[in-house]
Design a protein around this ligand. Structure first.
Ligand code: FRU
Length: 497
């Protein structure tokens, strides 16, 4: 049964979408159908299509009572909107359907698990939220909330855990057919932890253990966990709030964390071996993965940062987009991310420059655009002194530019979108320590109208950033202090060729 609240949201979004021109959105990144989008939810392959839901407030470009928006795709690049899947229309989720995940049941239904939020007004005028886990099952378009909701509540929590910060369940099915889910939580004093729950049938859930405790290392409350096998290891992705920077890691406040380690499926003990940021740019949060039918582990994140949402002085009809889906692998103990290989099917109009040697500022015939895939290999001029600086500037005209600059001596790659149209004094730069031997560096830059994602050294690091620049600013130029040797391969990315 579709509730009145959901029917209204569906009617509203259908009309609102029509007021947004296709050119005013990213071409191959999923953006909010109307209004506000945050975290990816229910990222899954179901009934022959990829499904991506998202935290959604259709009525406004500000965060508000959370619905689940919904889109499907054959290739994870060309998205078709479906009607909103969930609305806050029950007593137990009346203040929001927060983040969650999806899987396919043996009877063929698509099962969603999400966090139901209820606010309790306090005597001092503030509100406390209580968070519980709920289910909805459906056919890929319409979902029925489970009559026995909620399925995981405060009484399932181990002693000393917060009932106010208990959210974002990520479920998976084990090889033996039973289910597990990880949920973000914190202790009573706010220190992040990930709880593991188990189920025989996907509907009746019980607490198993605290899978991982922060112990005051990486930020505070841990949101949006995901936990999966990758090759020989297991990976925990989570988005801790209020992180302190450590060297060049964790600069984003509410940031991202990847823990790599060993997991014994019998004892359910996780042994951490390595930690790193997931993304080293400005805008990336709340990553979620799926296992594709061909075995690839594919991740998307919300391409925003809670601290930089405040650029909205301009009149806009939608806010929030996802990152490009990224294929994950582990190499030398690190998480590697490569742009989804299907992106190559959008490539058009190849332009190649090999062994270009230059100093000062240059632009190259055929190298421009705001929907582009650009591969750069940079190295020093043989026999010459190491160059001091390399930069590539894009989304550029007389007024605007976003730049990526590299200083080989300290191996720092910097993204700077100060001149990208933002009228707010929010963070516009991020420095990242990258691996470079003798000034050699490999970059792949994916541009899609309003964003740039920079894949460094074949996915060893990624820097993502939103750029607000008007589309007329489509120049690309290169700059070198000292002598730089460069190979360039550039394609336009076209979704409707
Ligand atoms: C993370 C988050 C989640 C929550 C959702 C609410 O960005 O705070 O923890 O479920 O957003 O929209």
């Amino acid at each position: 049964m579709t509730s009145q609240v959901l029917r209204e949201a569906r009617k509203y979004e259908e009309a609102a979408e029509k007021t947004i021109a296709r050119e005013d959105r990213p071409a191959f990144h999923l953006s909010a159908r109307a209004g506000w989008m945050n975290d990816p939810n229910g990222f899954s392959y179901y009934d022959g299509k990829y499904h991506l839901f998202y935290q959604y407030h259709p009525y406004d470009c500000q965060w508000g009572p959370m619905h689940w928006g919904h889109a499907v795709s054959d290739d994870l690049l060309r998205w078709e909107y479906l009607p909103a899947a969930l609305a806050p229309d029950e007593l137990y989720d009346r203040d929001g359907c927060f983040s969650g995940s999806a899987l396919t049941l043996p009877d063929g239904r698509h099962l969603l698990m999400y966090t139901g939020v209820v606010k309790e007004q306090q005597l001092n005028g503030t509100a406390l939220t209580n968070q519980i886990q709920c289910l909805a099952a459906g056919d890929g378009t319409d979902y029925n909330k489970y009559e026995k909701n909620p399925v995981i509540t405060a009484k399932d929590l181990p002693e000393g855990s917060s009932v106010h910060d208990f959210r974002d369940p990520k479920m998976w099915q084990k090889e033996d057919g039973t289910y597990r889910c990880v949920v973000g939580n914190c202790t009573l004093d706010g220190d992040g932890q990930i709880l593991l729950f188990g189920s025989e049938d996907g509907f009746s859930w019980s607490f198993r253990k605290v899978l991982i405790s922060n112990n005051d290392r990486f930020g505070r409350m841990w949101e949006c966990p995901d936990f999966f096998r990758l090759g020989e290891k297991w990976v925990l992705l989570t988005s801790p709030q209020d992180m302190l920077p450590q060297g060049f890691e964790y600069h984003n406040g509410n940031g991202t964390l990847c823990l790599i380690g060993e997991f014994d499926e019998e004892t359910e003990v996780f042994r951490e071996q390595h930690d790193q940021s997931i993304d080293y740019g400005i805008d990336f949060y709340a990553a979620q993965t799926l296992l594709a039918p061909d075995g690839r582990r594919i991740m998307v994140g919300w391409m925003q940062n809670w601290d930089t949402c405040d650029f909205r002085s301009q009149k806009i009809a939608w806010f929030g987009q996802m990152s490009i889906p990224r294929e994950l692998s582990l190499e030398n103990g690190r998480l590697y991310q490569r742009p989804l290989r299907e992106l190559e099917t959008l490539r058009w109009g190849k332009v190649v420059y090999e062994d270009l040697s230059f100093t000062g500022k240059i632009s190259l015939d055929g190298v421009k655009g705001r929907m582009a895939d650009i591969e750069l290999v940079i190295r020093p001029e043989e026999g010459k002194e190491l160059y001091q600086k390399f930069a590539v500037r894009f989304a550029q005209n007389d007024r605007f530019r976003t730049s990526l600059s590299f200083h080989p001596r300290d191996s720092i790659l910097k993204i700077d979108r100060k001149f990208s149209g933002s009228r707010r004094a929010i963070i516009h730069q991020r420095r990242s320590l990258v691996n470079s031997k003798d000034g050699c560096l490999k970059l792949r830059i994916i541009l899609d109208r309003l964003s740039a994602e920079i894949f460094v050294n074949d996915g060893e690091q990624v820097l993502s950033a939103i750029v607000y620049t008007e589309q007329a600013a489509d120049g690309i130029s290169f700059y070198a202090e000292g002598n730089v040797h460069m190979d360039v391969v550039k394609y336009d990315l076209v979704t409707d060729a």
